[in-house]
Design a protein around this ligand. Structure first.
Ligand SMILES: C[S@@+](CC[C@H](N)C(=O)[O-])C[C@H]1O[C@@H](n2cnc3c(N)ncnc32)[C@H](O)[C@@H]1O
Length: 287
């Protein structure tokens, strides 16, 4: 799926399949394996997915889980998030482990000792403050790394926040591509242009391996991007660009929603972890 495609009533289902395949291909165990084909995964490959921690927006029907399950992802490592309490209550009834909170806060306050492998942000808007908060939390939280794979699904339009960028590149409408550009410009915004910075940006972009697609939703065009976080050579990044990294964290803290009720969010995550431990214990008899 490279351009704008229409799939009739199954558009989103087809897109979801595309999204999960691209996510799996970018997991470190598979990204480094030449000739890996997600359509020919064996049980051992699926057991790799089973151990991955996924944070995702579940929506009212928690449809993503059944797609991910086919690829091996496990119920107790897929954490459903939604700001709507009813959606979380419904997902829990279906067996999910979930938390009713802002996605950006959950990511930002996620325990540092629990690595986030995948973030699936199937959002309702375009490049808004809220979606940028999700990006910033993903990059600056303590539980993500350069191996964290992120997926963004964004609506094309109704996002005046990205008008300034769009004026600079009027021919580019794809919100996934624009988000990719925005990530890079934000990340390197305080750097003086130089050969070093340019080559570091290129390395970051190559590391990200962004994949894009679009499909027609019921009323709007949806654009998406799946990539690895632009934290290429993380230790180098953190050392060489430590000021930059700090600026990102500070920015993220200031963003609406991330730092509201910090203790409350942390308490919810503690409770969620306990529920997960109990679920594993119940299923396997030990943790
Ligand atoms: C498009 S739906 C997700 C659908 C789901 N992925 C599926 O395919 O069935 C997006 C959901 O995310 C929730 N949401 C949007 N932005 C959010 C945010 N910043 N934090 C938490 N929940 C959010 C909405 O309430 C909505 O239920």
């Amino acid at each position: 799926m490279s351009g704008l495609e229409s799939y009739g009533s199954g558009q989103k289902t087809t897109w979801r399949g595309w999204q999960w395949n691209r996510i799996v291909e970018r997991l470190p165990e598979f990204a480094s394996r030449s000739g890996f084909n997600v359509k020919r995964m064996n049980n051992q490959d699926r057991s790799v997915c089973r151990e991955k921690t996924v944070l995702y927006l579940c929506g009212p029907d928690d449809v993503d889980y059944s797609h991910a399950e086919r690829l091996g992802f496990s119920r107790h490592n897929m954490i459903a998030v939604d700001i709507e309490k009813d959606n979380i209550a419904k997902a829990r009834k279906g067996g999910a482990i979930g938390v009713a909170e802002r996605f950006e806060s959950v990511i930002y306050h996620w325990p540092a000792d629990w690595h986030i492998d995948v973030i699936v942000a199937d959002l309702c808007g375009g490049i808004t403050r809220s979606s940028m908060s999700v990006v910033q939390s993903a990059i600056s939280c303590q539980a993500s790394s350069e191996c964290t794979v992120v997926s963004f699904n964004l609506m094309r339009g109704r996002d005046p926040e990205c008008n300034t960028l769009r004026e600079k590149i009027p021919e580019e409408k794809h919100r996934g591509r624009l988000l990719c550009i925005k990530m890079m410009t934000l990340l390197f915004r305080d750097q003086q242009p130089s050969e070093g910075v340019a080559s570091f940006m290129t390395s970051c972009h190559e590391w990200m391996q962004p994949a894009f697609c679009s499909y027609k939703g019921s009323r709007n065009v949806m654009d998406s991007m799946v990539c690895r976080l632009p934290l290429y050579a993380c230790s180098t990044f953190k050392e060489k660009y430590s000021t930059l990294y700090r600026v990102w964290r500070e920015d993220a803290m200031r963003h609406r929603g991330i730092n509201e009720n910090e203790q409350n969010v942390k308490n919810k995550l503690k409770a969620l972890r306990a529920v997960r431990t109990m679920a594993i214990h119940k299923k396997y008899g030990s943790v």
